[in-house]
Design a binder for this molecule. Sequence first.
Ligand code: FCB
Length: 461
Amino acid sequence: MSDPVLPPELLFGTATAAYQVEGAAHEGGRGPSIWDTYCRTPGRVARGESGDTACDHYHRYPEDVALMAGLGVDLYRFSVAWPRIQPTGRGPANPEGLAFYDRLVDTVLEAGIEPALTLYHWDLPQALEDGGGWRDRDTAHRFAEYAGLVADRLGDRVRRWITLNEPFCSAFVGHAVGRHAPGTREGRPALAAAHHLLLAHGLAVGELRDAGAEQVGITLNPDHLLPATDSAADRAAVERARTLHNRTWLDPILTGAYPDNETETWGALADGAHRREGDLEVIAQSLDFLGINYYRPIMLRDAPHTEPDPELRTAVDIGTEQVPFEGVRHTTMGWPVVPDTFADLLVDLNRRYPGLPPVFITENGSAEDDRPDTRGRVRDTGRVDYLRDHLASLARAIEAGVDVRGYFVWSLLDNFEWAFGYERRFGLVRVDYDTLERHPKDSYHWYRDFLREHRARRTAP
Ligand code: FCB
């Protein structure tokens, strides 16, 4: 199958996140984060694994940047570990922490690659969690202060800034499903966390603009939600899920309003007690781009609440249940591969939100059952097909009028896949966790060749 052709000006990159690749958890003055604590709690992460060593990117970043240069990417999306900059989440910056990202950014730029910096990819300093974490309004102010410290140091070289990665996961997977740090199952406090994450985003946008940042955005993971049947009950279930997954974030940020169906979604929990006047104005500042992470669609049906007492429900108990997709391939994450839904989602968002900012696909990729042959070669055709088909779908969304400016593959490297540990592999490059050696997979070579063709069209007369 031939590769899709995308507009020549579209930028391409690869993405990683600090806790998933850096390792060096106890070096450079880094303080503990909620993920260190979560990983040390028995039964939380598969096989008791942690990001203590991860890919040792903290020490091996020159090799990793060289791998990216070999791919020919325009951009590298990485995240800064807040507990490297402020080990307890407050106070002056730790010089060693800033120095690490200083070296990383310089190395990336020297390789002809532009850095795209995410300030928060889930590693909240544990000391802030001890004081209430995202449930507490003050954490939003702490985040803005941290954003200012990073921007003051790196703003002269980093043009593209992402405040938060997938606040849906921080708020709801962290505080209601309990499958991410801090790993609790809460109702109102999870909704408070969602609001304080939004506020943190808005305050940080202000700090970044004051520091002269050119391109400021946020990365969300809006889901493409489909009803299992056409029944009114299943369609209503999808609307509640749309608020949980998508509208809670997109509506305040892009329209300056909270979703109008919060009571239908959360019932008694939707009292908004943690909100203050003026918050929406802070949250709804204009953005230069919207980052979207996309992996797979979700099918839902109406289902009874798991907790009958409305006061005791977690924020994710909205009376829905996931329905499996039949007849499609599933990745090792158990995620259905339905590439058309990628375009469907983007077109739908473009219709629902007039004035949608330019979009960067900040993550897209696939976990596969990679098996190296005796020579170490990984023939990851499933991943190549996934990427090619999703890029074809992206091309369709662009033709339909969605303003997409860039696309990042998740991920450059196999890495620590949160509660699944190291078993789920998303990398274009295989990491041997015994030796920490890197081995480009077939998908790496495919992406390199694809980018070579893409760049050739840029310079063509
Ligand atoms: C996203 C996360 C990223 C990675 C991928 C597979 O939700 O942002 O860190 O784990 O999923």
